[in-house]
Design a protein around this ligand. Structure first.
Ligand SMILES: [Zn+2]
Length: 158
């Protein structure tokens, strides 16, 4: 079966930075509903379109094809005294923005009495090498399409 909109692709993914340094490798394959549901990067969906089980590819994705450029406006500081207790470096914190929306920040560093936060995706600004190996392809069920994600083995369980 060919990969197209509303198919479930089970695949192994390996993500490295532009120098080939491994960032993330899936131990288990992941099941992904294809068709613009935001389950994987559009560039990955584009590369898989029309392919079948057994297909392997390594993509070189510039930041605009991956997680975007860094937005330095999202690198913020907060006085340690205003910092909620229990949040540590490596943790996350939700802050209310000027427009009243909440935005998730990663706690990057504590420096003296200042806490450095970064609201960028951890992979923003990076060129990524994404190695993909397609294990299997099947048609999505109507329920999966309605939910916008894969169920069953290696998918969402609920
Ligand atoms: Zn579901």
């Amino acid at each position: 079966m060919k990969i197209t909109k509303d198919t479930i692709v089970t695949m192994h993914l390996k993500v490295a930075d532009g120098k080939g340094q491994l960032i993330e490798a899936s131990k288990e394959p992941m099941a992904c509903l294809i068709g613009g549901y935001g389950n994987t990067l559009p560039a990955v969906e584009e590369a898989l379109e029309g392919q079948e089980a057994g297909y392997q590819v390594t993509l070189n994705l510039t930041p605009d094809k991956a997680f975007g450029e860094r937005d330095e406006a999202l690198a913020r500081t907060l006085a340690k005294k205003d910092f909620p207790p229990g949040v540590k470096v490596g943790g996350q914190l939700e802050l209310r923005e000027g427009d009243g929306e909440f935005k998730l920040y990663n706690v990057v560093k504590i420096k003296g009495d200042t806490v450095l936060l970064d609201g960028n995706h951890p992979l923003a600004g990076m060129t990524l090498k994404v190695a993909i190996k397609v294990v299997s392809v099947r048609a999505a069920t109507a329920e999966e399409v309605a939910h916008g994600h894969a169920h069953g083995a290696h998918g969402v369980h609920h």
